[in-house]
Design a protein. Structure first.
Length: 255
């Protein structure tokens, strides 16, 4: 007896999209996710546990949006490309793009800010590097061995002045006064050429699981900046990016 082979009327075949189609689907999903993140970021800022970590990566999300836009444009998926371009523009709009100022005849000073988090095992090298930058004012954070660093940095700077609070330092060519620590915010006044200058040494909390601590720190800093009448410089380790609400709140107060 011969057997006949044939297709069963009830059989079906699994359809797997082509690689090109999968790329298109993935691009649409990524653009939609970027929009969801951006809207959530605008609505609640860092006000959900862990969201601050996502917001801190805003620059990377902007680059991803540009990449999705290019892929969609190549595929002639114009609606997806337009959505990607728009969200990329919105994301990058939060970056402060400094406009160069014209040179003036007023006295100028060089301010250097440095976080020692990755340099504490190379303290002598850090001192030499910062010395080469020729600062008039140094604002430093997370200095584990301040005595060793200062010994090297000040060896060529007799008569300089130091304000120290824990692992944070303000080192100045001019005397320091009105030293103050409130709510973790460390500041001093410098009689800089032209006018007194208030310097805030920022070392913000880095725990977006407890976002209340971040908000409290930046609220204290913002209030102090607002009520200070002299010109000032806010420098240091913000542990944030322009997409974090603490950074953005201070950016809105200073030039």
């Amino acid at each position: 007896m011969k057997r006949r082979h044939g297709r069963s009327g009830g059989s079906s075949r699994l359809h797997i999209p082509s690689g090109s189609r999968l790329i298109g689907i993935a691009t649409v999903i990524l653009v939609a996710m970027l929009w969801c993140w951006y809207l959530l970021f605008r609505l609640v800022g860092d006000g959900l546990a862990g969201l601050g970590w996502l917001n801190a990566a805003g620059f990377q999300w902007g680059l991803l949006a540009i990449s999705c836009t290019v892929v969609a444009a190549v595929r002639r998926a114009w609606l997806t490309a337009a959505a990607g371009a728009l969200v990329a523009a919105l994301i990058f709009s939060h970056i402060y793009w400094p406009i160069p100022h014209r040179e003036t005849s007023a006295a100028q000073m060089r301010i250097v800010s440095a976080s020692f988090r990755t340099q504490n095992k190379r303290m002598d090298e850090a001192a030499r590097h910062l010395d080469a930058l020729s600062p008039d004012l140094l604002v430093a954070q997370e200095v584990n061995d301040a005595d060793r660093f200062l010994a090297g940095f000040l060896s060529k700077r007799p008569g300089w002045h130091v304000a120290r609070q824990g692992r944070e330092l303000i080192v100045s060519r001019w005397p320091l006064s009105n030293l103050r620590l409130e709510g973790g915010v460390f500041r001093a006044t410098v009689p800089a050429p032209g006018a007194p200058l208030t310097v805030w040494n920022v070392h913000a909390p880095k725990d977006y699981q407890r976002y209340v601590a971040n908000r409290s720190y930046f609220l204290t800093l913002a209030r102090d900046v607002i009520k200070t009448e002299t010109p000032g410089v806010v420098a240091g380790d913000f542990n944030a990016s322009p997409w974090n609400e603490g950074y953005a709140s201070i950016d809105a107060l200073v030039d």
